[in-house]
Write a protein that binds this ligand. Structure first.
Ligand code: XIL
Length: 376
């Protein structure tokens, strides 16, 4: 087991926030209150009893005291499903579109813009008081064919136009953007199968950030990637990229660590990795957390998954500049994992029947501990 994986505490967590304690205080039997004469009323001695976790925990509320956003990737078409919507309504302080703000949806043909579903999510975020995180502007995947066939001048123009138009459209709504997604290969070099890399060369990343900043100077601009949770060749490559961008005064503000993980295989240096990017001057978010297990899932696998969800939250909370944790989906019923990772699934906090899993409870516990050394 990795050092970053902390064993679950034997005692229930003490929640620091008054809001979290309220239901407990209300539930205390009247007999436990002091009488008018100041003498303690008879009753069980509860002085050493551990504080119970709230019966109906709300993730966003529990995390709020630590200034940690709790996000969910939302499939907008599922918002009409009452159980799905209820969970997002209740537990999210941040939402991100699972698909509908990607290039293939918003600009399927050159200059033919479709923001209908993105607008729907933005409206949902606005009316429910949640942050909207923009995903994503420049990515080799879910990219329409017309872009891939352009020559260098035309592709540069198409990329800049795409970034500008979309960032301007959601200006004042999306507080942050994954400007460039997945541009680095496993060995730390530039992704060789990216049409942008192939046709435009190294400069496209800085260009995308500069145009996004012009279009929406208030937005937080992020680089986002997978397999960069621990310190490894790929995250070293991302680190070098960010260093170069910052040295060239490129407006980059944040790193998205996706967090598509496998239960029992967490890197042991997640916290150190987050810390080194924060030390560079970026904020960091875990942007697409899901922790897959082999299916059908055993109880042991789900227990390991629970521990791993807690470990990720604990690592993020331990670094002040780690500002959010977004889970990539709501229910195992609709997760992308089984379709993309054969033999794996059950990666989320709610099962296919919308029941919470052990991972939910352990995430509540871990988030409830807050940031080390801080009193809320
Ligand atoms: C996934 C979606 O969840 C799927 O519905 C879709 O078919 C493929 O993309 N990295 C990313 C996300 O940045 O946009 C991807 O989302 C998962 C990997």
């Amino acid at each position: 087991m990795s050092p970053a994986v902390s064993p679950r505490p034997a005692r229930p967590v003490r929640f620091r926030r008054a809001a979290a304690l309220l239901p407990l205080l209300l539930a205390l039997p009247l007999a436990a209150c002091s009488g008018d004469d100041g003498d303690p009323a008879p009753g069980p001695d509860t002085s050493s009893a551990p504080v119970q976790a709230p019966l109906d925990p709300v993730l966003a509320e529990i995390a709020g005291g630590s200034a940690l956003d709790i996000g969910f990737a939302v499939a907008t078409e599922r918002l009409d499903e009452p159980e799905y919507r209820e969970i997002v309504d209740k537990h999210a302080s941040l939402v991100v579109a699972e698909n509908v703000m990607k290039w293939e949806t918003t600009e399927a043909a050159d200059d033919a813009w479709d923001f209908a579903e993105g607008d729907r999510l933005a409206e949902y975020a606005r009316t429910t008081g949640k942050k909207l995180y923009g995903h994503t502007l420049v990515w080799h995947s879910q990219l329409p064919a017309w872009v891939k066939s352009l020559d260098a001048d035309a592709m540069q123009e198409a990329m800049e136009d795409h970034v500008r138009t979309q960032a301007e459209h959601f200006k004042g709504q999306a507080f942050a953007w994954d400007v460039v997604n997945e541009a680095i290969d496993e060995d730390g070099s530039r992704r060789s199968d990216s049409p942008f890399q192939q046709t435009l060369g190294d400069g496209y990343i800085a260009d995308a950030f500069r145009v996004a900043h012009e279009a929406d100077p208030d937005a937080q601009l992020c680089y986002n990637d997978y397999d960069i949770e621990g310190i490894n060749a790929k995250s070293d490559g991302v680190y070098a990229l960010v260093e170069d961008l910052l040295a060239d005064d490129v407006p980059i503000h944040c790193l998205g660590i996706q967090g598509h993980l496998t239960a029992g295989k967490l890197p042991d240096d997640l916290q150190a990795n987050i810390q080194r990017f924060v030390d560079l001057g970026l904020t960091v978010r875990v942007t697409e957390l899901d922790i897959r297990v082999e299916t059908p899932a055993s109880e042991e696998a789900l227990a390991q998954q629970a521990e791993d969800y807690a470990s990720v939250a604990t690592a993020c909370l331990a670094v002040e500049g780690c500002l959010g944790l977004t889970v990539w989906g709501v229910t195992d019923r609709y997760s992308w994992i089984p379709m993309w990772f054969e033999g794996f699934g059950d990666a989320l906090l709610w099962d296919a029947d919308y029941e919470t899993k052990p991972a939910f409870d352990s995430l509540v516990e871990a988030v409830g501990k807050g940031r080390p050394g801080r009193t809320a």
